[in-house]
Write a protein that binds this ligand. Structure first.
Ligand SMILES: C[S@@+](CC[C@H](N)C(=O)[O-])C[C@H]1O[C@@H](n2cnc3c(N)ncnc32)[C@H](O)[C@@H]1O
Length: 274
């Protein structure tokens, strides 16, 4: 009888061990901001996870107990037709875990923001230069210069001393350089490839007296502290449509374009540093 009991206990223990070591899945719940322009896409290890209402739930394959597994989670957010934000995160889970990752909030270090080229119409560039009171003594800067219209026109029409532009897209850099050559102002309009979030690439801001910009809310907000730090008192910034984070503009005006559309322009005048 005793032998039967012992054998039974050993079997139960073995069964218990097997159950304890059974592989189990984990779940990763991803919180995201939905965009009214385009559905936010969430991928885990490159595979899209469908869902709605700001939540996507990914179930991992069965995982070995006790081991840690890492998954690459990424949200692609398109708040409008010119901005793409990629928000990546690495998530570590163990078998049986249920973790939540919040990708609804901006991550200044990890977010990659791409804004595509949308040109400012010529007459609106002229209105921006007017608002900034550009004269022949001014040195201009355009962060995200596209085809450099915001530099070439004020240099040609108002005799501005110099124009510096940077663009992250090498194709746009070439377009802008060729256009400056074609328009006969290549000696005054200097275009280089660079990122507006990189202080070194933005070096020319320090010697600029006027910044004309059209870059979108997200990138504008990110660049704003750099502009405020680098510009000298008295410098003027005029932005087509977008504000620069929480830097309050000194003036906002609506102007009518030749195309019949209304355009919003914001002006900042850099104050004495405290
Ligand atoms: C909306 S367009 C404006 C072009 C021009 N300033 C205008 O108003 O006609 C924005 C430009 O910024 C460039 N851009 C986007 N992200 C950038 C970044 N991080 N650094 C530099 N340029 C960027 C794009 O390639 C594009 O040419």
């Amino acid at each position: 009888m005793m032998r039967v009991l012992c054998a039974g206990a050993a079997f139960a223990a073995l069964l218990g061990l097997a159950t304890a070591q059974e592989k189990k899945a984990a779940t990763i719940t991803v919180k995201v901001t939905e965009s009214s322009f385009k559905d936010t896409v969430v991928k885990v290890d490159g595979v899209e996870v469908k869902g709605k209402d700001g939540t996507r739930v990914f179930t991992t394959p069965a995982l070995e107990p006790g081991k840690e597994y890492k998954f690459a989670v990424e949200a692609l957010i398109e708040p409008n037709n010119y901005t793409k934000i990629t928000r990546p995160r690495e998530v570590a889970v163990k078998a049986g875990d249920a973790v939540t990752v919040d990708l609804s909030v901006e991550d200044k270090k990890l977010d990659k923001i791409v804004v595509r080229w949308v040109p400012t119409p010529n007459d609106i560039v002229d209105k921006m230069a007017e608002l900034a009171k550009v004269t022949k003594d001014d040195v201009l800067f355009d962060p995200g210069c596209g085809d450099a219209v915001m530099l070439i026109r004020p240099v040609k029409k108002l005799g501005a001393k110099k124009g510096f532009g940077i663009d992250i897209d090498p194709k746009m850099v070439k377009v802008a350089q060729d256009k400056a050559k074609d328009e006969g102002v290549a000696d005054k309009v200097v275009i280089t490839q660079g990122d507006i979030l990189n202080e070194k690439d933005m070096a020319a801001v320090a010697e600029s007296t006027v910044v004309l910009v059209y870059i979108g809310d997200d990138l504008g907000a990110r660049m704003s502290p750099l502009l405020q730090k680098m510009l000298k008192p008295g410098a003027r910034v005029v932005s087509h449509r977008f504000k620069l984070g929480d830097w309050a503009p000194d003036k906002t005006v609506q102007v009518k374009g030749e195309d019949g559309d209304e355009y919003t322009l914001h002006l900042w005048v850099v104050k004495e540093k405290k």
